[in-house]
Design a protein around this ligand. Structure first.
Ligand code: ARG
Length: 686
């Protein structure tokens, strides 16, 4: 490089350094003035900003305090269990802001301590990151010193018994026993209530969504189970939930189905055709379609007629949809799942509109006769070039096909119309799609394109893709029957019933239960275990479907939990306490929290709200399964070391420990709350 060029650069670098130094000293000056309360010495513009900032900080602190007071009254009016984590967060934020006034946005890191309560029930781990932030502004403050200051600024609160500083600067937080006792009595008196709701949201959950005339397979079963549970959670929290079944009820397959219907049942308009097995009917028509040119022509003509709303074709289409609908409904009824049907056909006119809208906004590109839309939003610099990625960070390789080369619409078109309808007509605040992970690219593409088209404003509307892994058989291969066919869902549910009956008989429950009780227990176990096995696995992973595993009465299974639950329920029954009696007792007596195992169980119960709020973040239901399992095991530990009812050698009751029975009842109530959200139906005798 030429000497003059080097000199030029050196001069620029020196200038830049000078500017940086100037800014640094200005910054120091500002900081000193803030500290010494001499803001008026600053440049008027800056002084104004600083005053503004101080006012805002002050208001924020007031708001935080108000939120905390509102949400943490124990128990509040409705008996809602406040979120412990939220309350601690607000409390510590205030303390940290007061302890570290020179850190603009201090991090608040509160976590549940590990099972070993040697380190308190919760811990605040903010001091370490705060020390790092101080380092960045050139100050050396040891984390323990920061922790001490935080503790100094922590106001007393009924939630906290005491705190202590440990190790490099962790703050261990011990819950107050009195708080826990009040919370348990609130559960007993008011039932298990959701945490206070900040804002009621209108949430649309798109789940289940099988395709007409095609099989509803285990993937749809997973979507049905996970989607239903997410709806149950959001409904419990008090949101306005719309459960949408986005049926695949519009597409070219209807051409051949209608052609076949007209040929096989020519009087279909007068008499409903006796099709019982639509899949066989689909196969038949597909075979004719592939083999017979004349038939193929008729099928194509049928599609055109259907799409132009010819009444006879619409009637035929309805007849076919009805057969599928009846089949799907059988599954939903058995699993007790409610859905509003709003299939792809619902969006016909809206598809025409969205195409026009995208076209006039210049968002569609010609691609070999098709009209496509690219959803690219972000670029990432990778190995020397920019590549286009979607929100998930995946490389986008394909655009949406909005119009096919023959002018027809696609799955992409209907989803663009659907997202617009959901946001603009349904006025949703939150839209959730539950489908297998294989559709991630498609759904993220829809989100991207909706943003690009100005339909979706992510600062106002939350969208989630809730994907899940494939279902495998015990051989770790794709889930199939022994003969290699795909498993029919009704057969699967029947198999579950058979197996759960065998399980109950193996335990000789048929000898103690009435026929009706046995039937209820059988259904509860069969459908409960299928749902629970699915929900208790991290949905992002593939999962192995195994009746043997799910019907095991040990470990984190529905069978274990349902049994544990009936055992807990039987304690009060054995003491001859009716539910009314329990409420009466709860009014005057408190749950017993003296024994270490009693306290451990009680502390688990008061975490209910926090577990639910965590799930609203990642929509992973397995957190709730882990929680309910934790309650069941904590209960067993409690029950093993604490007598609830004492009997003499002849089996007569000599002593009833009311405080422990109350604790056991509260545990049953929280478990019941979890089961409700998971879609499990516990029975009181089993
Ligand atoms: N019918 C689709 C399938 O079986 C699932 C639809 C999911 N929802 C949606 N809006 N794309 O794969």
């Amino acid at each position: 490089m030429e000497k003059s060029v080097i000199e030029k650069y050196e001069k620029q670098a020196a200038q830049a350094e000078e500017e940086i130094n100037l800014l640094r000293s200005q910054l120091e000056n500002i900081e000193t003035c803030i500290k010494n309360n001499t803001v008026e010495h600053l440049d008027p513009e800056i002084a104004k900003l600083v005053t503004e900032n101080t006012k805002l900080k002050h208001r924020l602190a007031i708001l935080n305090r108000a939120i905390m007071e509102e949400s943490s009254k124990t128990p509040n009016a409705r008996g809602a269990l406040p979120s412990i984590l939220k309350t601690l967060n607000a409390l510590f934020l205030g303390a940290i802001q007061a302890a570290c006034p020179d850190i603009a946005e201090p991090p608040v890191d509160i976590a549940l301590s590990s099972a070993n309560s040697k380190f308190g029930d919760y811990q605040c781990n903010s001091a370490m990151s705060l020390a790092n932030m101080y380092k960045q502004i050139g100050k050396k403050v040891p984390p323990r010193e920061i922790s001490a200051k935080i503790v100094e600024n922590l106001p007393p609160h009924e939630l906290i018994d005491h705190v202590e500083i440990a190790g490099p600067g962790f703050i261990n937080i011990y819950l107050s026993k009195e708080y826990v006792r009040k919370a348990i009595s609130s559960i007993l008196l008011n039932g298990v209530q959701p945490p206070p709701l900040q804002r009621k949201l209108r949430v649309l959950v798109d789940f289940s969504s099988p395709n007409i005339a095609k099989e509803m397979h285990v993937g749809h079963l997973r979507s049905t189970i996970i989607g239903d549970s997410i709806c149950r959670l959001l409904e419990f929290l008090g949101h306005d939930v719309i459960r949408i079944n986005h049926l695949g009820d519009w597409g070219t397959q209807f051409g051949m189905l209608i052609a076949q219907l007209q040929e096989k049942y020519p009087d279909y308009l007068k008499q409903a055709p006796p099709i019982s097995d639509l899949q066989a009917f689909y196969k038949e028509s597909k075979k004719r379609f592939d083999e017979d040119e004349e038939f193929k022509k008729r099928a194509y003509a049928s599609v055109v007629k259907l799409q132009s709303h010819d009444p006879d074709h619409i009637k035929a289409w309805e007849l076919i949809c009805d057969v599928s609908r009846r089949d799907f409904q059988k599954i939903y009824d058995r699993l007790d799942i409610k859905l509003i049907e709003r299939g792809e056909s619902f969006y016909q006119s809206r598809m025409e509109n969205i195409v026009r809208e995208l076209e006039s906004a210049g968002l569609l590109q010609e691609d070999e006769g098709r009209k496509v839309m690219w959803g690219k939003l972000w670029y990432r610099f990778t190995s020397g070039t920019f590549i286009c990625i979607n929100i998930a960070g995946d490389t986008i390789k394909i655009p949406l096909t909005v119009v096919k080369s023959d002018g027809g619409f696609t799955y992409d078109t209907s989803d663009m119309a659907a997202i617009k309808q959901r946001i603009e007509e349904e006025k949703c605040d939150w839209v959730i799609y539950v489908t297998d992970s294989g559709q991630a690219t498609h759904i993220y593409n829809i989100f991207d394109c909706a943003k690009k088209a100005g339909i979706l404003d992510p600062s106002k509307i939350r969208t989630d893709f809730v994907g899940f892994g494939v279902v495998l058989g015990e051989d770790k291969k794709k889930f199939k029957t022994r003969s290699g066919d795909t498993v029919r869902l009704l057969d699967l549910l029947d198999e579950g019933l058979k197996r759960s009956e065998a399980k109950l008989k193996e335990k000789e429950r048929d000898k103690v239960l009435t026929a009706e009780e046995l039937r209820q227990a059988q259904e509860s176990v069969a459908y409960g275990c299928i749902k629970y096995a699915d929900l208790s696995h991290n949905r992002n992973h593939e999962y192995v479907f195994s009746f043997d595993r799910m019907l095991d009465d040990k470990g984190n299974t529905a069978v274990y939990l349902l049994y544990a639950y009936t055992r807990i329920r039987s304690i009060a029954r054995n003491a001859n306490f009716t539910p009314e009696k329990i409420t009466e007792l709860a009014r005057d007596s408190a749950a017993s929290l003296e024994h270490e195992k009693e306290l451990k169980l009680a502390k688990a119960l008061v975490r209910f709200s926090d577990v639910l709020l965590k799930i609203t973040e990642d929509l992973c239901m397995h957190h709730l399964c882990e929680y309910v399992y934790h309650i069941a095991t904590s209960f067993t530990e409690f029950y093993d070391s604490c007598y609830c009812i004492e009997r003499d050698s002849s089996g007569d009751i000599v002593k009833v420990n009311v405080g422990r029975i109350l604790l056991a009842e509260a545990a049953a109530m929280v478990m019941d709350g979890c089961f409700n959200i998971l879609g499990l139906k516990p029975v009181s005798r089993m």
